[in-house]
Design a binder for this molecule. Structure first.
Ligand code: GLC
Length: 740
């Protein structure tokens, strides 16, 4: 009981602090008529109905007894997730609107993570395009298709920074960099929400998982996260803040405990930072039962305590578990939780429902989806997204693109005819039949003049080599071999952490056997994370990283293999040589003993280089680019000011192509130690053969702020290095100085 009283005091403090901030950081007022309607509803709602609005039920969740329709009629459900039948959706909505006491509409949510029916590359793959306009467009198409299927709200974008590829969910995010991750978060929010949430082709976005879930210890999902608050601020929070600034309607709290406090009960993050400092005016939904899971965390004594902790900390809606519904009314009556806590949460939820137009148009036109799902323009966009997401990791002697004079090609590997594996994780509305497999795409692209001999070779699991003979036979009949290997869809995503990061199953054995034949070999690598493909990088002449490319995978990959599209993708997460190097990321600290080969007593391993297999920002092209003429136009800049720097990039090869020009800085001396490099700009340019373009960057000194020794967000005077180059491990170096 002691904790409960303490709790109500801290709830009171939270509410008072919010109250006094209401003037400056109030929930964005809708038009007065709507505000009046919300006030009127709140005044009439019982505590049970308020707890109902704060409760989300899943079609899949077995939590709670009682018939769904009865619960809706009684106002005990405010939201639904995982329902993908527009008729069923309208039926439940009709009960809520026409049969419940107050007629408050439900909000329907789903994980629309990388497409709805038109499935795009997984987010880590799409991020490799560095094409923000493309990523906004794919989000907009996802929204259009989802809304037509009766979904009002997606639990996306996942903006967790991840530096550990053992973590299966690294596939769902934009990689390791806060600057790029922040820009992608903005693009996704814009794409999903458009200009008007009430439009029939927009949906509410949800920034998740707030926060620091990507730092799960040892890459093991749901594990503890222990991260100094300065790193939380500098690395993990920026994409959330960017998404909030872009107007995201909702956030989702996480499963993880951050420095001892579960993020679904973390009032500093959920109220002080999110509301108090960033002025977020939407609502926060918990993750799946993450409120109730504060009990096994050892943070809540029981469900009533979990409900009080979650609601008072700032989780407005509980996903699937029922602690709010079962306990909040009583907790308010016993004055353990303030009534104001519920009123604030319900107001936030009703705000989003109004902004979505659910009060005026609660039902979805059931004929809309016919014309919207898989529209030709959506498929075209999906194919373009595949092309731009592919990363050329190696191309010895320009083996790629394939010659159109080939008469026979062997396509070998367990992913050559894969469908669900090309779709990838988190695609609840995807249909296998929509997928263009690599075999299909290749046959179509190669046409009648080239025979394609297909053999599966092996599975992505187990150790059977039974299929090797057939594969070797197919290879024997072919001029060139294309391998389709990598991770299957079930190797990635939630609850799919791995301790080894090589090709799963007997695939590497198959690759080595094929390599022994001595014919040209191209490897198409499907993956949802960095893999430790050391042997492959050393022995296979050409490697194209295809991620899990979505339904247009076969076509997009064939376009690149045959040179109809010149690849320009660049990885947004470091590829380690071994699991032993993890965590490894480009924006590391220098240490007091930076590695010197000749000096044993410096920061290094005795059995491995420090460098990764592939650095952040790496990716090749079928042409070559030369960087020259770096100019630091402002060698001395007063704070506040703008650093101006440029470089010339020339296409020195024989093909036109895109190049993602990257700009990095290093703050040489700070009141705290600073990273050896930080991405602070990039531009995706297109150059014809022989063409030179001057790329100019203007970096406001504000962009060089960090959380300093006093935990204040400042930019400090001093010397900086600056690089413009093709990736984080290479570039033309310059220098500038900031002065106060
Ligand atoms: C899952 C995931 C979360 C997802 C939610 C609803 O457990 O952690 O990302 O949005 O449940 O499916």
């Amino acid at each position: 009981m002691k904790r409960a009283i303490l709790l109500s005091l801290c709830a009171l403090l939270i509410v008072l602090s919010l109250g006094c901030q209401h003037g400056s950081r109030s929930i964005k007022r809708l038009d007065p008529a709507i505000e009046a309607q919300i006030d009127s509803l709140l005044a009439r709602m019982t505590l049970e109905e308020k707890a109902g609005q704060m409760s989300q039920k899943s079609r899949l969740g077995e939590d709670g007894s009682g018939d769904i329709e009865t619960e809706i009629r009684e106002g005990r459900i405010g939201s639904f997730l995982n329902l993908q039948d527009v008729k069923a959706r309208n039926k439940l909505q009709r009960i809520a609107v026409e049969e419940s006491r107050l007629g408050i509409p439900l909000i329907f949510g789903l994980d629309v993570i990388h497409g709805q029916r038109t499935v795009f590359p997984v987010p880590l793959g799409e991020a490799a395009s560095w094409d923000l306009d493309l990523m906004e467009k794919t989000a907009a198409v996802s929204a259009r298709e989802a809304r037509a299927m009766g979904i009002d709200w997606t639990f996306s974008p996942m903006v967790d920074i991840a530096r550990d590829p053992r973590w299966g969910r690294i596939v769902e995010g934009a990689g390791e960099d806060p600057y790029l991750g922040s820009l992608i978060a903005r693009a996704k929010v814009r794409g999903y929400q458009g200009r008007d949430l009430a439009a029939p082709d927009t949906i509410a976005a949800c920034l998740k998982h707030y926060a620091v879930y990507g730092a799960s210890q040892a890459g093991r999902d749901y594990h503890t996260t222990e991260v100094p608050m300065r790193i939380v601020r500098d690395v993990y929070l920026p994409p959330f803040q960017a998404g909030v600034e872009e107007g995201a309607a909702t956030l989702m709290s996480g499963f993880n405990d951050l420095n001892g406090i579960p993020t679904s009960g973390h009032s500093f993050l959920l109220t002080d930072v999110l509301r108090g400092q960033w002025g977020f005016d939407g609502f926060v939904v918990s993750d799946w039962r993450s409120v109730k899971q504060m009990i096994p965390h050892g943070f809540a004594e029981d469900q009533a305590h979990a409900a009080a902790l979650g609601a008072s900390a700032g989780v407005d809606m509980e996903m699937v578990s029922r602690t709010y519904l079962d306990h909040l009314p009583d907790l308010v009556r016993r004055r353990v939780v303030l009534r104001q806590v519920l009123d604030t949460a319900v107001r936030r939820i009703l705000h989003v429902k109004y902004r979505l137009g659910l009060f005026d148009n609660p039902y979805v036109n059931e004929n809309l989806q016919e014309a919207v799902l898989l529209a030709p323009a959506h498929r075209d966009l999906a194919r373009q997204a595949v092309r731009e997401s592919l990363v050329l990791l190696k191309n010895q002697n320009n083996l790629l693109p394939l010659s159109r004079d080939l008469k026979s090609v062997a396509l070998i590997g367990p992913l050559a005819q894969a469908r669900r594996d090309l779709i990838g994780t988190w695609a609840p509305a995807a249909e296998d039949g929509d997928v263009v497999t690599l075999l299909d795409g290749l046959k179509k692209a190669l046409g009648e003049t080239c025979r394609v001999h297909y053999a599966k070779g092996c599975q992505t699991e187990g150790d059977s080599t039974d299929g090797f003979a057939e594969a070797l036979e197919a290879a024997g009949r072919s001029e060139l071999i294309i391998l389709a290997v990598g991770e299957s869809e079930s190797h990635n995503g939630e609850a799919h952490s791995r301790t080894e990061l090589g090709l799963p199953g007997p695939q590497l054995q198959l690759v080595r056997e094929i390599h022994k034949i001595g014919k040209p070999v191209v490897m198409v690598l499907f993956a949802g994370r960095p893999l430790t493909i050391n042997w492959e990088m050393e022995h296979i002449p050409a490697i194209l990283l295809a991620w899990h490319p979505g339904i247009e995978g076969g076509n997009g990959i064939a376009d690149v293999l045959l040179g109809d599209y010149n690849p320009a993708g660049k990885i947004t997460v470091t590829f380690p040589r071994s699991v032993g190097q993890i965590p490894i990321y480009y924006n590391e600290k220098n240490t007091g003993r930076p590695i010197r080969e000749e000096d044993r007593f410096t920061s290094k391993y005795i059995d491995s280089p420090n460098t990764p297999l592939l650095p952040f920002g790496y990716g090749l092209s079928y042409t070559t680019f030369e960087y020259g003429n770096l100019k630091v136009e402002t060698p001395n800049v007063e704070i506040p000011g703008t650093v101006k720097v440029s470089a010339d990039i020339t296409n020195t090869g024989g093909r036109a192509g895109h190049e993602v020009v990257q700009l990095y800085v290093r703050d040489l001396v700070g009141s705290v130690t600073r990273p050896v490099k930080e991405l602070k700009g990039f531009e995706r340019i297109y150059l014809e053969p022989g063409q030179t373009k001057t790329v100019r960057f203007e970096i406001p000194t504000d962009a060089l702020r960090f959380w300093d020794i006093n935990m204040e967000f400042n930019v400090e005077p001093g010397d900086f290095h600056i690089w413009i180059g093709p990736h984080s491990a290479e570039g033309l170096q310059g220098h500038f100085r900031l002065t106060n």
